[in-house]
Design a protein around this ligand. Structure first.
Ligand code: BES
Ligand code: ZN
Ligand code: ZN
Length: 498
């Protein structure tokens, strides 16, 4: 289920020999656009053909961030202009432009893989990192499931820069790891549910961890049953594919803080006995994106050797209707002993998450962050580019928002009103899994919070809207699995280092 290989990125002062596509920036600077990067190249070109700016003007090339215009080939090397907008370059402008450029270059690589050089005049290490990250994120596309051997359209990427400092080289190496792990997350999310199901997902997660300093334990259905994971077991009961709980542990020497991550891994959400509509169900292979996000982020954190302890839970189950499926009104006993009345079998995510959150209390965390494609309500509230962020307190919310901002991933702080807990009251159990439809994202968060120890800083990321792009590819964001949240979690871990 990991078919995609992220190309290799390197740093150089000029495009390598045999480069197929050179990417230059086109900035909005009033009447005529200006070229960003590629000073040398522009000079050689001017001698042979018209200046790139002249050509760009004739072709009405757009300077909109990420808009691409291919210029006529020059000695076999094509020049691709990519818009970088107006004003000073920011990391996100560069990331988007590089991503969009590589996506365009991909389409040239159908017959033989293309070598891309990106020259956006980035010399600051942070911009170099952004260019490398954007390019490798943009190289991703979910391939067909086919017996034919797949070749990756991008052979390699060079970031052209005068920066050659240790810092710039480290930034490129860092970007390679981050982008590879985001792409791993995307591959998991895109894998169809007949290929990726709890057992195969857990196997894949364990196999990838073997290449790192992450140790893994996988609880199968018998162990989950024996240890009292009533949420995960109940949700998975209707499926032939039995549930799994994957636990990653990364404990580097010298780490002080302990970050615990929890992810929703519903490999397919039919809604269970509260069956979804055909349209609502079609994209539900993405309902394990939270688990994919926390696992991929943990792999990145370990590969980067960050000095922070990370324990990660991925709650894997398939939500199916059947003769033995859990029913609305069933009372479940969750890990740790709390009982829950199942209000609606389509509100399954919070049940699997509650088990792992309760288990996480035993790990003595400094911060718990859970990630889940939890509610349609969050998609209605925030759309597809901002995920919801709810937290135990403002300081924790700000802590996570800072990490999100540094990664330029959209997260928006939503409240958990005290009064909302009222609608989680049950006549037959300690709690009911849902209640009023109003503020559904907040209610789901209030439910999860019931399973986290009172004094533990906790944040909940509802990525239902952002995890899976059904619209158009844009910038460094492909169709399908986006990996939204992976980079935020990595940034969060960076900030918690000893
Ligand atoms: N997996 C869905 C949420 C979802 C919706 C994710 C759209 C991605 C895109 C979740 O399990 C669900 O169905 N939630 C219900 C909860 C309700 C029954 C209380 C919802 O949001 O409608
Ligand atoms: Zn559901
Ligand atoms: Zn779901």
């Amino acid at each position: 289920m990991q078919q995609f290989t992220t190309p290799q990125v390197s740093l150089a002062s000029a495009p390598a020999k045999g480069t197929d596509v050179v990417v230059l920036g086109l900035a909005d600077s009033g009447e005529t656009p200006t070229l960003v990067g590629g000073a040398d190249l522009a000079r050689t070109m001017t001698k042979k053909i018209a200046s790139p700016v002249e050509l760009a003007t004739q072709l009405e090339a757009s300077t909109k961030v990420g808009a691409t215009t291919m210029l006529p080939s020059l000695d076999g090397t094509r020049v691709l202009l990519v818009g970088v907008g107006a004003g000073a370059l920011t990391p996100e402008t560069v990331r988007k432009a590089a991503g969009a450029a590589v996506r365009t270059a991909r389409s040239l690589g159908k017959k033989s893989a293309v070598k891309v050089a990106i020259d956006l005049g980035c010399n600051d290490p942070e911009l170099v990192r952004a260019a490398a990250e954007g390019a490798l994120l943009g190289s991703y596309e979910y391939g067909k499931v086919t017996a034919q051997a797949a070749t990756q359209p991008i052979a390699g990427v060079t970031i052209v820069s005068t920066a050659s400092s240790k810092e710039a080289k480290a930034a490129v190496a860092d970007a390679q790891v981050v982008a590879e792990c985001v792409n791993v997350c995307r591959e998991w999310v895109n894998a169809p549910a007949n290929i990726l199901y709890p057992e195969s997902f857990a196997d894949s997660a364990a196999a990838l961890a073997k290449q790192t300093k992450v140790s893994v334990t996988v609880l199968d259905d018998k162990e989950l049953q024996a240890q009292g994971y009533g949420g995960i077991m109940s949700v998975g009961k209707g499926s032939e594919r039995k549930p799994r709980l994957v636990r990653y542990s990364y404990a580097p020497r010298g780490a002080k803080a302990h970050l615990v991550l929890v992810g929703k891994g519903i490999t397919f959400d039919t809604g269970g006995l509260n069956l979804k509509s055909a349209d609502g169900m079609y994209t539900m292979k993405c309902d394990m994106a939270g688990a994919a996000t926390v696992l991929a982020a943990t792999l990145a954190i370990a590969r980067l050797g960050l000095k922070v302890k990370v324990t990660t839970y991925a709650c894997m189950a398939e939500n199916m209707p059947s003769g033995i499926a859990f029913r609305p009104s069933d009372v479940l006993t969750m890990y740790g002993g709390k009982t829950v009345e199942n209000a609606n079998s389509d509100a399954e995510g919070r049940l699997v998450m509650a088990d792992a959150l309760a288990r996480a209390n035993e790990d003595d965390p400094d911060l718990v962050v859970d990630v889940a494609t939890l509610t349609g309500a969050c998609v209605v509230a925030l759309g597809e580019w901002y995920a919801g962020l709810m937290a135990s307190d403002h300081a924790t919310a700000d802590h996570v928002l800072d990490a999100a901002e540094s990664s330029a991933e959209g997260f928006w702080h939503l409240p958990i009103p005290e009064e909302i807990a009222e609608s989680l009251k049950s006549d037959v159990a300690d709690l009911k899994s849902s209640g009023s439809r109003m503020g559904g994202a907040l209610l789901a968060a209030a439910f999860l919070h019931e399973f986290v120890d009172d004094d533990t800083p906790w944040a909940h990321l509802d990525i239902a809207g952002t995890a899976f792009n059904t619209g158009k590819p844009s910038g460094h964001t492909p169709l399908g699995g986006t990996g939204h949240g992976v980079r935020t979690l990595i940034a969060l871990a960076r900030g918690m280092q000893a």
